[in-house]
Design a protein around this ligand. Sequence first.
Ligand SMILES: Cc1cc2nc3c(=O)[nH]c(=O)nc-3n(C[C@H](O)[C@H](O)[C@H](O)COP(=O)(O)OP(=O)(O)OC[C@H]3O[C@@H](n4cnc5c(N)ncnc54)[C@H](O)[C@@H]3O)c2cc1C
Length: 375
Amino acid sequence: MYSTDALNQVTTVAEANADHVDAAGTFPSAAVDALRGSGLLGLVLPEEVGGLGAGPRELVDVVGKLAAACGSTAMIYLMHTAAAVCVAAAPPPGAPELLSLMASGEALGTLAFSERGSRSHFWAPVSTGALSDDGDSVKLRADKSWVTSAGYADVYVVSAGSTSGVAGEVDLFAVPKSVGGLSVVAPFTGMGLRGNASSPMALDATLPVGLRLGEQAAGFGMMMETVLPWFNLGNAAVSLGLAGAAYAAAVSHVGGARLEHRDESLSALPTIRAQIARMGTALAAQRAYLHSAAASVSAPGEETLDFVLGVKASANDAALTITESAMRVCGGAAFSKHLPIERAFRDARAGAVMAPTADVLYDFYGKVATGLPLF
Ligand SMILES: Cc1cc2nc3c(=O)[nH]c(=O)nc-3n(C[C@H](O)[C@H](O)[C@H](O)COP(=O)(O)OP(=O)(O)OC[C@H]3O[C@@H](n4cnc5c(N)ncnc54)[C@H](O)[C@@H]3O)c2cc1C
Protein backbone atom coordinates (compact mmCIF):
# COMPACT_ATOMS: atom_id res chain seq x y z
CA MET A 1 0.00 0.00 0.00
CA TYR A 2 1.23 3.49 -0.73
CA SER A 3 1.37 6.33 1.75
CA THR A 4 -1.31 8.96 1.19
CA ASP A 5 0.97 11.47 2.93
CA ALA A 6 3.65 10.78 0.34
CA LEU A 7 1.12 11.24 -2.47
CA ASN A 8 -0.19 14.45 -0.91
CA GLN A 9 3.34 15.82 -0.73
CA VAL A 10 3.83 15.14 -4.43
CA THR A 11 0.48 16.59 -5.46
CA THR A 12 1.17 19.73 -3.41
CA VAL A 13 4.44 20.29 -5.29
CA ALA A 14 2.87 19.39 -8.63
CA GLU A 15 -0.07 21.75 -8.13
CA ALA A 16 2.13 24.62 -6.96
CA ASN A 17 4.21 24.36 -10.13
CA ALA A 18 1.50 23.41 -12.62
CA ASP A 19 0.70 26.87 -13.97
CA HIS A 20 4.34 27.77 -14.50
CA VAL A 21 5.08 24.38 -16.11
CA ASP A 22 2.15 24.93 -18.47
CA ALA A 23 2.90 28.56 -19.28
CA ALA A 24 6.63 28.04 -19.84
CA GLY A 25 6.32 24.54 -21.33
CA THR A 26 9.01 23.26 -18.99
CA PHE A 27 9.48 19.76 -17.61
CA PRO A 28 8.00 19.55 -14.07
CA SER A 29 11.35 18.78 -12.44
CA ALA A 30 10.26 19.66 -8.89
CA ALA A 31 7.26 17.32 -9.06
CA VAL A 32 9.30 14.56 -10.68
CA ASP A 33 11.97 14.92 -7.98
CA ALA A 34 9.19 14.64 -5.39
CA LEU A 35 7.93 11.51 -7.16
CA ARG A 36 11.44 10.03 -7.17
CA GLY A 37 11.64 10.48 -3.39
CA SER A 38 8.10 9.29 -2.65
CA GLY A 39 8.36 5.59 -3.47
CA LEU A 40 5.49 6.01 -5.90
CA LEU A 41 7.61 5.30 -8.98
CA GLY A 42 7.64 1.72 -7.70
CA LEU A 43 3.92 1.66 -6.94
CA VAL A 44 3.01 -1.41 -8.98
CA LEU A 45 6.42 -3.09 -8.95
CA PRO A 46 7.00 -6.19 -6.82
CA GLU A 47 8.16 -5.73 -3.23
CA GLU A 48 11.16 -8.03 -3.91
CA VAL A 49 12.69 -5.30 -6.08
CA GLY A 50 11.76 -2.48 -3.69
CA GLY A 51 8.36 -1.68 -5.16
CA LEU A 52 5.13 -1.22 -3.24
CA GLY A 53 3.39 -4.24 -4.78
CA ALA A 54 0.17 -2.31 -5.47
CA GLY A 55 -2.23 -3.10 -8.30
CA PRO A 56 -4.40 -1.45 -10.96
CA ARG A 57 -6.87 0.06 -8.46
CA GLU A 58 -4.15 1.91 -6.60
CA LEU A 59 -2.60 3.02 -9.89
CA VAL A 60 -5.78 4.68 -11.11
CA ASP A 61 -6.23 6.43 -7.76
CA VAL A 62 -2.68 7.79 -7.76
CA VAL A 63 -2.71 8.81 -11.42
CA GLY A 64 -6.10 10.51 -11.08
CA LYS A 65 -4.93 12.58 -8.12
CA LEU A 66 -1.72 13.55 -9.89
CA ALA A 67 -3.68 14.58 -12.99
CA ALA A 68 -5.99 16.78 -10.95
CA ALA A 69 -2.87 18.60 -9.71
CA CYS A 70 -0.79 18.66 -12.92
CA GLY A 71 -1.60 16.78 -16.12
CA SER A 72 2.00 16.75 -17.32
CA THR A 73 3.28 15.21 -14.09
CA ALA A 74 0.58 12.55 -14.24
CA MET A 75 1.45 11.61 -17.82
CA ILE A 76 5.17 11.45 -17.05
CA TYR A 77 4.34 9.19 -14.10
CA LEU A 78 2.13 6.98 -16.24
CA MET A 79 4.77 6.57 -18.97
CA HIS A 80 7.30 5.58 -16.29
CA THR A 81 4.86 3.01 -14.91
CA ALA A 82 4.12 1.61 -18.36
CA ALA A 83 7.86 1.21 -18.99
CA ALA A 84 8.39 -0.30 -15.55
CA VAL A 85 5.73 -3.02 -15.93
CA CYS A 86 7.35 -3.97 -19.24
CA VAL A 87 10.75 -4.32 -17.59
CA ALA A 88 9.15 -6.25 -14.71
CA ALA A 89 7.52 -8.67 -17.14
CA ALA A 90 10.86 -9.59 -18.71
CA PRO A 91 13.84 -8.11 -16.84
CA PRO A 92 16.74 -7.67 -19.27
CA PRO A 93 19.70 -9.89 -18.34
CA GLY A 94 22.07 -7.12 -19.41
CA ALA A 95 20.74 -4.69 -16.78
CA PRO A 96 20.02 -6.75 -13.64
CA GLU A 97 19.68 -3.69 -11.39
CA LEU A 98 17.31 -1.80 -13.66
CA LEU A 99 14.02 -2.79 -12.06
CA SER A 100 15.23 -1.89 -8.56
CA LEU A 101 16.43 1.45 -9.85
CA MET A 102 13.02 2.10 -11.45
CA ALA A 103 11.28 1.08 -8.21
CA SER A 104 13.44 3.28 -6.00
CA GLY A 105 13.00 6.31 -8.21
CA GLU A 106 16.63 6.50 -9.27
CA ALA A 107 15.74 5.61 -12.85
CA LEU A 108 12.84 7.40 -14.53
CA GLY A 109 11.50 5.39 -17.45
CA THR A 110 9.32 6.03 -20.47
CA LEU A 111 8.05 4.34 -23.61
CA ALA A 112 9.39 5.11 -27.07
CA PHE A 113 6.86 3.24 -29.21
CA SER A 114 5.26 5.69 -31.67
CA GLU A 115 7.18 6.21 -34.90
CA ARG A 116 7.07 8.74 -37.68
CA GLY A 117 6.50 5.93 -40.19
CA SER A 118 3.68 4.01 -38.54
CA ARG A 119 2.30 6.96 -36.56
CA SER A 120 -0.21 5.91 -33.88
CA HIS A 121 -0.03 2.23 -35.00
CA PHE A 122 2.59 1.50 -32.37
CA TRP A 123 2.17 -2.25 -32.83
CA ALA A 124 3.76 -1.98 -36.28
CA PRO A 125 7.15 -0.27 -35.92
CA VAL A 126 8.94 0.42 -39.20
CA SER A 127 12.26 0.82 -37.40
CA THR A 128 14.72 -2.02 -37.70
CA GLY A 129 16.97 -4.10 -35.52
CA ALA A 130 19.78 -6.27 -36.88
CA LEU A 131 21.69 -8.87 -34.87
CA SER A 132 25.48 -8.96 -35.10
CA ASP A 133 27.05 -12.09 -36.59
CA ASP A 134 27.99 -13.38 -33.14
CA GLY A 135 24.46 -12.62 -31.84
CA ASP A 136 25.80 -10.55 -28.93
CA SER A 137 24.66 -7.12 -30.06
CA VAL A 138 21.87 -5.42 -31.98
CA LYS A 139 22.14 -2.49 -34.36
CA LEU A 140 19.01 -0.43 -33.82
CA ARG A 141 17.73 2.38 -36.00
CA ALA A 142 14.51 4.09 -34.99
CA ASP A 143 12.74 7.35 -35.73
CA LYS A 144 10.45 7.92 -32.75
CA SER A 145 7.78 10.58 -33.17
CA TRP A 146 6.76 11.25 -29.56
CA VAL A 147 8.63 10.26 -26.40
CA THR A 148 7.35 11.67 -23.12
CA SER A 149 10.20 12.75 -20.79
CA ALA A 150 12.52 12.82 -23.83
CA GLY A 151 15.97 13.81 -22.63
CA TYR A 152 14.86 13.60 -18.98
CA ALA A 153 14.20 9.87 -18.63
CA ASP A 154 17.00 7.58 -17.54
CA VAL A 155 15.76 4.57 -19.48
CA TYR A 156 13.69 4.26 -22.67
CA VAL A 157 11.68 1.15 -23.51
CA VAL A 158 12.11 1.19 -27.28
CA SER A 159 10.23 -0.90 -29.84
CA ALA A 160 11.67 -1.98 -33.18
CA GLY A 161 10.98 -4.41 -35.98
CA SER A 162 12.27 -7.75 -34.67
CA THR A 163 15.74 -9.04 -35.45
CA SER A 164 13.88 -12.18 -36.52
CA GLY A 165 13.32 -10.35 -39.79
CA VAL A 166 9.71 -11.58 -39.87
CA ALA A 167 7.26 -8.86 -40.88
CA GLY A 168 4.98 -7.88 -38.00
CA GLU A 169 7.28 -9.20 -35.28
CA VAL A 170 8.52 -6.73 -32.68
CA ASP A 171 11.38 -6.56 -30.18
CA LEU A 172 11.51 -4.30 -27.12
CA PHE A 173 14.72 -3.01 -25.58
CA ALA A 174 15.53 -1.13 -22.37
CA VAL A 175 17.84 1.60 -23.63
CA PRO A 176 19.75 3.62 -21.03
CA LYS A 177 20.05 7.36 -21.64
CA SER A 178 23.82 7.03 -21.65
CA VAL A 179 23.86 5.05 -24.88
CA GLY A 180 25.56 6.88 -27.75
CA GLY A 181 23.27 7.52 -30.71
CA LEU A 182 20.11 8.34 -28.73
CA SER A 183 19.11 11.94 -29.25
CA VAL A 184 16.21 14.37 -28.84
CA VAL A 185 15.45 15.70 -32.31
CA ALA A 186 13.29 18.75 -31.54
CA PRO A 187 11.78 20.53 -28.56
CA PHE A 188 8.19 19.75 -27.58
CA THR A 189 5.55 22.42 -27.89
CA GLY A 190 2.00 21.16 -27.49
CA MET A 191 -1.35 22.79 -26.86
CA GLY A 192 -1.65 20.77 -23.66
CA LEU A 193 0.45 18.61 -21.35
CA ARG A 194 3.05 21.25 -22.10
CA GLY A 195 5.47 20.01 -19.45
CA ASN A 196 5.64 16.50 -20.89
CA ALA A 197 8.75 16.95 -23.03
CA SER A 198 7.11 14.58 -25.54
CA SER A 199 9.72 15.18 -28.22
CA PRO A 200 10.70 13.15 -31.25
CA MET A 201 13.84 11.09 -30.71
CA ALA A 202 16.28 9.35 -33.03
CA LEU A 203 18.12 6.18 -32.17
CA ASP A 204 21.06 4.87 -34.16
CA ALA A 205 23.00 2.66 -31.80
CA THR A 206 24.55 -0.72 -31.18
CA LEU A 207 23.23 -2.31 -27.98
CA PRO A 208 24.11 -5.49 -26.12
CA VAL A 209 21.43 -8.07 -26.92
CA GLY A 210 21.07 -8.48 -23.14
CA LEU A 211 19.06 -5.25 -23.08
CA ARG A 212 16.22 -6.94 -24.95
CA LEU A 213 13.05 -7.51 -22.93
CA GLY A 214 12.10 -11.16 -23.34
CA GLU A 215 12.88 -13.46 -26.21
CA GLN A 216 13.33 -12.39 -29.80
CA ALA A 217 9.94 -11.31 -31.22
CA ALA A 218 8.28 -11.20 -27.77
CA GLY A 219 7.60 -7.46 -28.10
CA PHE A 220 4.17 -7.54 -29.72
CA GLY A 221 2.83 -9.86 -27.03
CA MET A 222 4.25 -7.66 -24.29
CA MET A 223 2.71 -4.56 -25.85
CA MET A 224 -0.72 -6.17 -25.93
CA GLU A 225 -0.69 -8.20 -22.73
CA THR A 226 1.42 -6.07 -20.40
CA VAL A 227 1.51 -2.46 -21.58
CA LEU A 228 -2.03 -2.13 -22.92
CA PRO A 229 -3.97 -2.90 -19.71
CA TRP A 230 -1.82 -0.70 -17.47
CA PHE A 231 -1.51 2.13 -19.97
CA ASN A 232 -5.19 2.20 -20.87
CA LEU A 233 -6.25 2.25 -17.22
CA GLY A 234 -3.73 4.95 -16.36
CA ASN A 235 -4.54 7.05 -19.40
CA ALA A 236 -8.25 6.86 -18.54
CA ALA A 237 -7.34 7.96 -15.00
CA VAL A 238 -5.46 10.98 -16.37
CA SER A 239 -8.53 11.94 -18.42
CA LEU A 240 -10.85 11.62 -15.44
CA GLY A 241 -8.45 13.42 -13.08
CA LEU A 242 -8.42 16.37 -15.48
CA ALA A 243 -12.20 16.21 -15.94
CA GLY A 244 -12.70 16.05 -12.17
CA ALA A 245 -10.53 19.11 -11.61
CA ALA A 246 -12.46 21.05 -14.25
CA TYR A 247 -15.79 19.95 -12.77
CA ALA A 248 -14.81 20.93 -9.23
CA ALA A 249 -13.61 24.35 -10.39
CA ALA A 250 -16.81 24.88 -12.39
CA VAL A 251 -19.05 23.95 -9.46
CA SER A 252 -17.14 26.31 -7.21
CA HIS A 253 -17.24 29.14 -9.74
CA VAL A 254 -20.95 28.98 -10.60
CA GLY A 255 -21.78 28.87 -6.89
CA GLY A 256 -19.69 31.94 -6.12
CA ALA A 257 -19.89 34.20 -9.20
CA ARG A 258 -22.60 36.80 -8.57
CA LEU A 259 -25.13 38.50 -10.82
CA GLU A 260 -25.42 41.46 -8.50
CA HIS A 261 -28.37 43.10 -10.28
CA ARG A 262 -30.37 39.90 -9.63
CA ASP A 263 -28.82 39.16 -6.24
CA GLU A 264 -28.08 35.61 -7.25
CA SER A 265 -25.17 33.42 -8.37
CA LEU A 266 -24.68 31.77 -11.75
CA SER A 267 -26.02 28.54 -10.25
CA ALA A 268 -29.46 30.17 -10.05
CA LEU A 269 -29.66 29.70 -13.84
CA PRO A 270 -31.37 26.39 -14.73
CA THR A 271 -29.27 25.92 -17.88
CA ILE A 272 -26.10 26.20 -15.82
CA ARG A 273 -27.41 23.71 -13.26
CA ALA A 274 -28.37 21.27 -16.01
CA GLN A 275 -24.87 21.46 -17.50
CA ILE A 276 -23.36 20.89 -14.06
CA ALA A 277 -25.64 17.88 -13.59
CA ARG A 278 -24.61 16.39 -16.94
CA MET A 279 -20.94 16.85 -16.10
CA GLY A 280 -21.34 15.40 -12.60
CA THR A 281 -23.28 12.34 -13.70
CA ALA A 282 -20.96 11.66 -16.65
CA LEU A 283 -17.97 11.89 -14.32
CA ALA A 284 -19.55 9.55 -11.77
CA ALA A 285 -20.41 7.02 -14.48
CA GLN A 286 -16.90 7.14 -15.92
CA ARG A 287 -15.30 6.75 -12.49
CA ALA A 288 -17.45 3.69 -11.82
CA TYR A 289 -16.45 2.26 -15.24
CA LEU A 290 -12.79 2.89 -14.48
CA HIS A 291 -13.00 1.22 -11.08
CA SER A 292 -14.75 -1.80 -12.61
CA ALA A 293 -12.09 -1.96 -15.33
CA ALA A 294 -9.28 -1.77 -12.75
CA ALA A 295 -10.94 -4.52 -10.70
CA SER A 296 -11.27 -6.66 -13.82
CA VAL A 297 -7.59 -6.20 -14.73
CA SER A 298 -6.72 -7.16 -11.12
CA ALA A 299 -8.70 -10.37 -11.39
CA PRO A 300 -8.93 -11.10 -15.13
CA GLY A 301 -12.03 -12.73 -16.54
CA GLU A 302 -14.08 -12.95 -19.71
CA GLU A 303 -14.89 -9.23 -19.76
CA THR A 304 -11.38 -7.94 -19.13
CA LEU A 305 -10.53 -7.34 -22.77
CA ASP A 306 -13.74 -5.30 -23.22
CA PHE A 307 -12.81 -3.21 -20.19
CA VAL A 308 -9.25 -2.67 -21.39
CA LEU A 309 -10.38 -1.59 -24.86
CA GLY A 310 -13.37 0.44 -23.76
CA VAL A 311 -12.25 2.32 -20.69
CA LYS A 312 -9.60 4.55 -22.25
CA ALA A 313 -11.72 5.61 -25.24
CA SER A 314 -14.73 6.24 -23.08
CA ALA A 315 -12.86 8.26 -20.45
CA ASN A 316 -10.93 10.20 -23.11
CA ASP A 317 -14.16 11.26 -24.80
CA ALA A 318 -15.91 12.03 -21.52
CA ALA A 319 -13.01 14.29 -20.54
CA LEU A 320 -13.34 16.18 -23.83
CA THR A 321 -17.03 16.79 -23.17
CA ILE A 322 -16.76 17.57 -19.46
CA THR A 323 -13.87 20.03 -19.81
CA GLU A 324 -15.65 21.72 -22.71
CA SER A 325 -18.81 22.09 -20.61
CA ALA A 326 -16.74 23.49 -17.76
CA MET A 327 -15.37 26.12 -20.15
CA ARG A 328 -18.90 26.95 -21.29
CA VAL A 329 -20.55 27.32 -17.89
CA CYS A 330 -17.71 29.45 -16.55
CA GLY A 331 -17.85 31.83 -19.51
CA GLY A 332 -15.12 34.44 -19.93
CA ALA A 333 -13.73 33.64 -16.49
CA ALA A 334 -12.55 30.29 -17.85
CA PHE A 335 -11.47 31.68 -21.22
CA SER A 336 -9.31 34.34 -19.64
CA LYS A 337 -7.45 31.93 -17.35
CA HIS A 338 -8.99 33.22 -14.12
CA LEU A 339 -9.84 29.62 -13.35
CA PRO A 340 -7.75 26.43 -13.59
CA ILE A 341 -10.16 25.09 -16.21
CA GLU A 342 -8.62 25.98 -19.53
CA ARG A 343 -5.39 24.12 -18.66
CA ALA A 344 -7.45 21.00 -17.92
CA PHE A 345 -9.38 21.60 -21.17
CA ARG A 346 -6.14 21.75 -23.19
CA ASP A 347 -4.46 18.88 -21.32
CA ALA A 348 -7.53 16.68 -21.82
CA ARG A 349 -7.24 16.95 -25.63
CA ALA A 350 -4.23 14.60 -25.58
CA GLY A 351 -5.90 11.45 -24.24
CA ALA A 352 -7.97 10.62 -27.31
CA VAL A 353 -5.02 10.97 -29.70
CA MET A 354 -2.56 9.03 -27.58
CA ALA A 355 -2.11 5.54 -28.93
CA PRO A 356 -4.05 3.37 -28.94
CA THR A 357 -6.19 6.32 -29.99
CA ALA A 358 -9.85 6.46 -28.99
CA ASP A 359 -10.90 5.82 -32.59
CA VAL A 360 -8.71 2.74 -32.87
CA LEU A 361 -10.03 1.45 -29.53
CA TYR A 362 -13.65 1.86 -30.63
CA ASP A 363 -12.79 -0.10 -33.77
CA PHE A 364 -11.09 -2.83 -31.71
CA TYR A 365 -14.00 -2.93 -29.25
CA GLY A 366 -16.42 -3.29 -32.14
CA LYS A 367 -14.34 -6.09 -33.62
CA VAL A 368 -14.39 -8.01 -30.34
CA ALA A 369 -18.13 -7.41 -29.93
CA THR A 370 -18.82 -8.76 -33.40
CA GLY A 371 -16.44 -11.68 -33.20
CA LEU A 372 -13.77 -10.35 -35.57
CA PRO A 373 -10.02 -10.70 -34.91
CA LEU A 374 -8.28 -7.52 -33.64
CA PHE A 375 -5.55 -7.66 -36.32
C1 LIG B 1 1.09 14.55 -25.28
C2 LIG B 1 1.49 13.30 -25.98
C3 LIG B 1 2.43 12.46 -25.40
C4 LIG B 1 2.83 11.30 -26.06
N1 LIG B 1 3.77 10.50 -25.48
C5 LIG B 1 4.17 9.36 -26.11
C6 LIG B 1 5.16 8.50 -25.53
O1 LIG B 1 5.68 8.75 -24.44
N2 LIG B 1 5.55 7.39 -26.20
C7 LIG B 1 5.01 7.05 -27.41
O2 LIG B 1 5.38 6.03 -27.95
N3 LIG B 1 4.07 7.86 -28.00
C8 LIG B 1 3.65 8.98 -27.36
N4 LIG B 1 2.71 9.81 -27.96
C9 LIG B 1 2.24 9.49 -29.31
C10 LIG B 1 0.84 8.92 -29.31
O3 LIG B 1 0.77 7.71 -28.62
C11 LIG B 1 0.36 8.73 -30.76
O4 LIG B 1 1.20 7.85 -31.44
C12 LIG B 1 0.31 10.03 -31.52
O5 LIG B 1 -0.38 11.01 -30.77
C13 LIG B 1 -0.39 9.81 -32.84
O6 LIG B 1 -0.34 11.03 -33.58
P1 LIG B 1 -0.33 10.95 -35.17
O7 LIG B 1 -0.36 12.33 -35.69
O8 LIG B 1 0.78 10.07 -35.61
O9 LIG B 1 -1.74 10.23 -35.40
P2 LIG B 1 -2.22 9.41 -36.65
O10 LIG B 1 -1.82 7.99 -36.51
O11 LIG B 1 -1.83 10.11 -37.90
O12 LIG B 1 -3.80 9.46 -36.47
C14 LIG B 1 -4.60 10.51 -37.00
C15 LIG B 1 -6.07 10.16 -36.77
O13 LIG B 1 -6.39 8.95 -37.44
C16 LIG B 1 -7.05 8.09 -36.55
N5 LIG B 1 -6.73 6.69 -36.88
C17 LIG B 1 -5.50 6.16 -37.13
N6 LIG B 1 -5.60 4.85 -37.36
C18 LIG B 1 -6.91 4.52 -37.25
C19 LIG B 1 -7.64 3.32 -37.38
N7 LIG B 1 -7.05 2.17 -37.67
N8 LIG B 1 -8.99 3.36 -37.21
C20 LIG B 1 -9.61 4.53 -36.92
N9 LIG B 1 -8.96 5.72 -36.79
C21 LIG B 1 -7.63 5.71 -36.95
C22 LIG B 1 -6.53 8.44 -35.18
O14 LIG B 1 -7.44 8.04 -34.17
C23 LIG B 1 -6.40 9.94 -35.28
O15 LIG B 1 -7.64 10.54 -34.97
C24 LIG B 1 2.28 10.97 -27.31
C25 LIG B 1 1.32 11.81 -27.89
C26 LIG B 1 0.92 12.97 -27.23
C27 LIG B 1 -0.11 13.85 -27.87
